[in-house]
Design a binder for this molecule. Structure first.
Ligand SMILES: Cc1cc2nc3c(=O)[nH]c(=O)nc-3n(C[C@H](O)[C@H](O)[C@H](O)COP(=O)(O)OP(=O)(O)OC[C@H]3O[C@@H](n4cnc5c(N)ncnc54)[C@H](O)[C@@H]3O)c2cc1C
Length: 265
């Protein structure tokens, strides 16, 4: 790895030590780091993280996948072939130092939504990362009666991280009682054969999602929606939500749905 561990980091950056890495395949991995003292974030936010390369920071936006109560920070990452950061980041090892700008931001936060009965989280690919934090956040279950994590990928192996965080939320000693019967996981593939196939916008349009969601269609009166994925996915889901009467929320003006890009095109 040509990243450098430097004693003195540029102003505004902190070093965080890698503790654990898990590779799912040659396109996806997750890792945990130590959490810097005094680092605060809201579930669903992202921060700029990266590596020092040639003494300069190479940073990219990353959703924080761990819940706010955890003493580690967790990230879920793509490996872009030839990608400036991820072609290096995928080689990190336990004990390595990565860098972070400790100023998390984002719109996929509870503050940007008005309270309601059900929370739908729609994601594609690594867009599931902010929801990995949210589904393990006790406050979510204080506000919502039902929390639906919907994750779509091309192939089944790309669904692995979603299953892992769902299991963590439902089996965690401290969370399981809160989560029990409230958290639902729908894992879909668009390419490889699996029990649930197809694009989620099609599931909404043809009513298949309604069957999965207690026989009640998406409704802006009772439901809130969070969306994270590719630009194309966001566009499709945004117009679908607006056709159904959902109004977009923000940190300053909470609403009925919120969106965030999972990556820049
Ligand atoms: C708000 C926000 C949050 C993000 N959170 C995450 C995250 O939690 N995990 C993560 O892996 N990435 C995330 N990204 C993308 C991340 O910032 C980088 O783009 C990614 O790490 C690749 O970096 P790179 O330098 O290797 O390649 P880049 O030069 O950044 O990207 C090269 C190309 O690869 C494609 N690409 C980049 N990221 C992805 C992705 N995640 N999935 C599919 N295609 C992609 C795009 O077409 C992009 O143009 C996020 C981006 C934004 C804007």
């Amino acid at each position: 790895m040509d990243a450098q561990v430097v004693a003195e980091l540029p102003k505004g950056l902190v070093g965080i030590t890698v503790q654990e890495i898990k590779h799912f395949n040659n396109e996806l991995f997750s890792f945990k780091t130590k959490r810097p003292p005094n680092f605060r974030f809201r579930a669903g936010e992202f921060a700029m993280i990266g590596l020092m390369v040639d003494r300069k920071p190479l940073l990219r936006a990353y959703s924080i996948a761990s819940p706010t109560w955890s003493d580690t920070l967790e990230f879920y990452s793509i490996k872009v072939p030839g990608g400036p950061l991820t072609s290096r980041l995928q080689h990190i090892a336990e004990g390595d130092q990565i860098v972070m700008r400790p100023k998390p931001v984002g719109t996929l936060v509870l503050d940007a939504l008005l309270p309601a009965e059900r929370l739908f989280m729609f994601s594609t690919g690594t867009g599931v990362a902010p929801f990995a934090s949210l589904i393990r956040e006790p406050e979510v279950y204080d506000i919502f009666e039902k929390v639906l994590l919907i994750h779509t990928t091309r192939n089944t192996v790309e669904l692995s991280y979603g299953f892992e965080i769902f299991d963590d939320a439902t089996q965690n000693e401290l969370l399981s009682e809160l989560v029990d019967g409230k958290l639902v996981h729908l894992a879909c593939t668009t390419r490889e054969q699996s029990p649930s196939m197809g694009r989620i916008n099609t599931w909404i349009e043809d009513g298949k999602l309604t069957k999965f969601a207690d026989d009640r269609p998406l409704n802006p009166v009772t439901d809130r929606v969070m969306i994270c994925g590719s630009v194309e996915f966001l566009k499709t889901m945004k117009s679908l939500c607006e056709e159904l009467g959902f109004e977009e929320g923000s940190n300053s003006s909470p609403g009925q749905y919120v969106i965030e890009r999972a990556f820049a095109e």
